[in-house]
Design a protein around this ligand. Structure first.
Ligand SMILES: Nc1ncnc2c1ncn2[C@@H]1O[C@@H]2COP(=O)(O)O[C@H]2[C@H]1O
Ligand SMILES: [Zn+2]
Length: 631
């Protein structure tokens, strides 16, 4: 036996042909094989014991975990749905569990003869494409929006007219509508010279990226092959639905929707009108969290604000003007919510209710009003506290302070650690205009003004700062999302404790390949722009691709464009929106690179293991020059 083991340590012919990374992998497998016998014994013993236990106590045969999931899924058509509960019941896999369930429920598998394995693969890829470290834009948000969409699809006015293809598009668009969201908004990507902003010419940057990523998943899961006849229409519809979720286009859609309702000329027999209603449905689903029961709604509110505040923290650290809605030091969660509910959600849902006029729409409006009243009451409470704080101060001090910004926390705490929530009031003149959301600005006269300008607004506190550009953010920044190699070089020369922010794309090459192959398809012109929408910008080609793009060719082509800058160092980086600390001493060899948002932690082990085969397959592509580009 010893001889056998010694012999097995000799490199085989196959091993000799392997690259370094692959050899390490095979080595790992060999390691397992050697210890495998031991493990097998363990497994056998355990299995016997479990079987015996089940036999003796038949009640244990009931799969509790499965039972919980079934219980939640049975209520999936009800509006007071809690995506967090489903996520807990499914062990963090709410997205594929819900979607596969819905595909079954709608009979889409049978209708389109879809392979269940490919369906699972597709939804697993989608799930993995969401950044679990985003407080809000993660897979649970996708689950929540998909469930809302499912509720809307059940409404008679909609249901009786939809074709199976339209149902499938609506569900896919809902679940992929924020795919690979970096947790920061478009102006941030523009201000930090993210390559996505350049690729999509600063227009619907995220939404263009989301739908292309969705098509990437369809291709990689080989689901696209199964619906090849439908594919052009499918892609067109999915892209157009996702592009409609660009919140800066809210007014455009609302005006059109109102006109349809006023004129009464919506014809659900007409394909274009049905598509428009699906666009509105997805928009409503996307911002439907204020219409959920208070406990669920409040949780979403806190999560979305946490994500805004994180962005504000990044902006502060980058010396960028802090987007007012993202400034934890000057705006509170209740204020953000009260404004968002009143100026964004209510106007859309009022029209949606006018269109549906059912018990569902009544119920949503009821929750919306109740929740809105709660947030407004909290704002009043806050104001009272602020006033009482103010009156405690000496009159002359108040007088002195009046024309200035008022801070409820000492200025020294301005650069407090992310996560600490300090609220303070703005200048009196700033109070007149409540600026909400990184995108929308609400004025006191209750009009919404859409900030379509991609450039960041200047803030008074930063007006003296040097102009915003990636160049002058360096090397004194602690977070960067910089794609130019010159900047990257400068970053690397900066003091050792650098933290960098990755917004896109993930380090893991197979995911990169997926997105790149989507881009490649687009460049071939196989995906036409959606419904003539002006926001669906054809991307400037990053690379010229051959007809059938395989990951290898993508990486090779990419390499010809991007010059190596800092070998090895970024391998520790994982994908995500949260800053990832990185010091040269922490850098790992290339084979240690993992995909994700935060440094590896034990809780992510099960997810990692699911990805393992894909990671291994592409390990040889982890060339430092390519990885560096992805940061
Ligand atoms: N409860 C909320 N409060 C404030 N903003 C929200 C809330 N829910 C959704 N949003 C914003 O509305 C946007 C809709 O599109 P996204 O999901 O991309 O990003 C969302 C957030 O920026
Ligand atoms: Zn969304």
């Amino acid at each position: 036996m010893e001889d056998e083991e010694e012999a097995s340590e000799e490199p085989t012919r196959e091993e000799r042909r392997l690259s370094c990374g692959e050899a390490a992998l095979v080595g790992g497998l060999e390691e397992r094989r050697r210890t495998g016998r031991f493990l097998t014994v363990h497994k056998r013993r355990r299995r016997r014991l479990v079987t015996r236990a089940l036999h003796e106590h038949s009640a244990l045969l009931d799969d509790l975990h499965h039972g919980n999931v079934q219980c939640v899924l049975e209520r999936v058509w009800q509006w007071p749905f809690n995506a967090f509960t489903l996520d807990t019941a499914t062990g963090g896999r709410s997205l594929p569990v819900l979607c596969v369930h819905l595909f079954h429920w709608y009979g889409l598998m049978d209708h389109f003869s879809l392979d269940v394995v490919r369906i699972w693969k597709f939804f697993t890829l989608v799930e993995e494409g969401y950044h679990s470290t985003n407080p809000y834009h993660n897979a649970i948000h996708a689950t929540d929006v998909t469930q809302a969409m499912h509720c809307f699809l059940q409404e008679q006015k909609i249901r009786e007219h939809l074709t199976p293809a339209e149902v499938m598009c609506a569900l896919i668009a809902a679940v992929t509508h924020d795919l690979d969201h970096p947790g920061v908004n478009q102006p941030f990507l523009i201000a930090t010279s993210n390559h996505l902003a350049a690729l999509y010419q600063n227009t619907s940057v995220l939404e263009n990226h989301h739908w292309r990523s969705a098509i990437g998943c369809l291709l990689e899961s080989h689901l696209a092959e199964q619906v090849s006849a439908l594919r052009p229409d499918l892609e067109k519809q999915i892209s157009s639905l996702i592009l409609a979720t660009d919140i800066t286009r809210q007014q455009e859609f609302l005006t059109r929707f109102k006109k349809y309702l006023d004129d009464g000329n919506l014809n659900m027999e007409d394909k274009e009108d049905r598509h428009f209603i699906l666009q509105i449905a997805l928009k409503c689903a996307d911002i439907s969290n204020p219409c959920r029961p208070w406990e669920v709604s409040k949780k979403w509110s806190q999560k979305v604000c946490e994500e805004f505040f994180r962005q504000g923290d990044y902006e502060r650290q980058l010396n960028l003007p802090v987007t007012p809605i993202c400034d934890r030091q000057s705006i509170s969660v209740p204020k953000i919510q009260a404004g968002f509910f009143k100026f964004v959600v209510a106007p859309l849902f009022e029209e949606w209710h006018r269109f549906l006029d059912t018990s569902l729409s009544k119920s949503m409006m009821k929750y919306l009003r109740e929740n809105q009243a709660r947030w407004e009451a909290e704002v009043v409470e806050e104001t009272k506290t602020d006033i009482s704080e103010e009156t405690e101060e000496l009159p002359e001090v108040i007088e002195e302070k009046l024309p200035k910004r008022r801070h409820s926390v000492p200025l020294s705490q301005r650069f407090g650690a992310p996560g600490t929530s300090h609220r303070r009031e703005s200048l009196p003149e700033q109070r007149r205009r409540l600026t909400l959301g990184p995108i929308l600005q609400f004025q006191e006269d209750e009009e919404i003004s859409i900030l379509s300008s991609p450039s960041l607004r200047s803030s008074d506190s930063n007006s003296d700062e040097k102009p915003v550009s990636a160049e002058n953010l360096l090397p004194d920044v602690s977070i960067a999302s910089i794609t130019s190699s010159g900047n990257v070089q400068r970053l690397m020369l900066a003091p050792p404790r650098l933290t960098r922010q990755q917004t896109f794309p993930p380090v893991q090459p197979y995911v990169r390949a997926r997105y790149m192959s989507t881009t490649a398809e687009i460049l071939q012109g196989s995906i036409s722009s959606s419904s003539g929408s002006s926001t669906d910008i054809e991307p400037k080609p990053l690379i010229r691709e051959k007809e059938n793009v395989d990951p290898d060719s993508v990486f090779k082509t990419q390499k010809t464009i991007i010059k190596p800058q800092f070998p090895q160092l970024v391998c520790k980086q994982r994908r995500g929106s949260a800053p990832v600390s990185l010091t040269p001493s922490e850098a790992l060899p290339a084979r240690s690179a993992r995909r994700g948002s935060v440094p590896a932690d034990p809780t992510s082990i099960h997810r990692q293991s699911r990805r393992c085969s894909l990671t291994c397959r592409n390990l040889r592509h982890l060339q430092p020059d390519w990885i560096e580009y992805t940061v």
